[in-house]
Write a protein that binds this ligand. Structure first.
Ligand code: 2HA
Ligand code: ZN
Length: 266
């Protein structure tokens, strides 16, 4: 028997699965690539079954800043394309314990073989940073955007300034809708402390951290807005690569044009 979720939680799960489908359709989520997490508003006890047995897993390090918080998070070794169709067979809801040293699986009555993504430490570290600064982002999406993986195979784009210049100058909307630009995280083994720390540092100043030769990690207030950010960045990178495939260097918007777009108010 499945756990009965509130209507609000059901809608949230639907929204995440819709976005998971887009990641797959865009070709950014091969095999089990990518992961999504969402910090849930407190789950009322009434949303949990009376007899639920929260399954406990300890964390290799403590995350006190997200103690007591609940997250919907994609499961390790599961596919985004399956998440799109059957979200709760491919994601779990966890609650970080009150001491931050572990978490309980609170979906599936705690009875499931599903385990959180291999990038759990990156997700919890970024949610912790967001909690410390009390900003409104609740969603994290990691995905393998082809255009970004391709661009960062070229040494000249493994540079924050150069990357932002390309992203902002290839399409007017990019300057408007990615106002903080992107951060750049040099390649390191995914999931390692080094990668996690560099990602958190990068997301302190940007909504998107580009992962060299891998993809990106983006934060936003909800799944749709987070996807929009990624979509716009991918568009700019793709226009750049299309132009370059003609053998020519694109002209791009000028600094003045980019500044002018930066001053637009909505
Ligand atoms: O979830 O994409 O970087 C699998 C990955 C790890
Ligand atoms: Zn990845």
């Amino acid at each position: 028997m499945a756990v009965q979720f509130s209507e609000a939680l059901k809608k949230t799960i639907e929204e995440v699965s819709e976005i998971a489908g887009y990641l797959w359709q865009r070709g950014w989520a091969e095999r089990n690539a990518g992961n999504i997490s969402l910090c849930l508003k407190d789950i009322p006890r009434s949303d949990l079954p009376d007899d639920y047995q929260p399954f406990f897993i300890s964390l290799p390090e403590s995350f006190p800043d997200v103690a007591g918080k609940c997250f919907l998070i994609t499961a390790t070794n599961h596919r985004m394309r399956d998440m799109a169709r059957q979200p709760m067979k491919n994601a779990i809801i966890i609650r970080v314990t009150d001491d931050g040293n572990g978490f309980n699986i609170i979906s599936h009555y705690g009875k499931t073989d599903l385990r959180p993504t291999s990038e759990l430490a990156s997700h919890l570290a970024v949610h912790s940073m967001i909690a410390r600064r009390k900003s409104s982002e609740r969603t994290i999406i990691h995905t393998h955007v082809n255009e970004i993986a391709a661009l960062t195979q070229l040494r000249e784009f493994c540079d924050e300034k150069h990357l932002n210049r390309v992203i902002w100058s290839m399409h007017p909307e990019a300057r408007i809708f990615v106002p903080g630009g992107v951060g750049f995280v040099p390649y390191s083994m995914p999931g390692t402390t080094r990668a996690v720390e560099a990602t958190v540092r990068s997301l302190e100043d940007h909504q998107v951290a580009i992962w060299e030769k891998h993809g990106l990690f983006a934060i936003g207030s909800n799944p749709s807005e987070t996807f929009d950010l990624i979509d716009i960045i991918a568009k700019s990178a793709s226009i750049y690569l299309m132009c370059r495939s003609t053998g020519k260097e694109p002209e791009g918007l000028t600094d003045i044009q980019i500044d002018e777009l930066g001053k637009l108010k909505f």
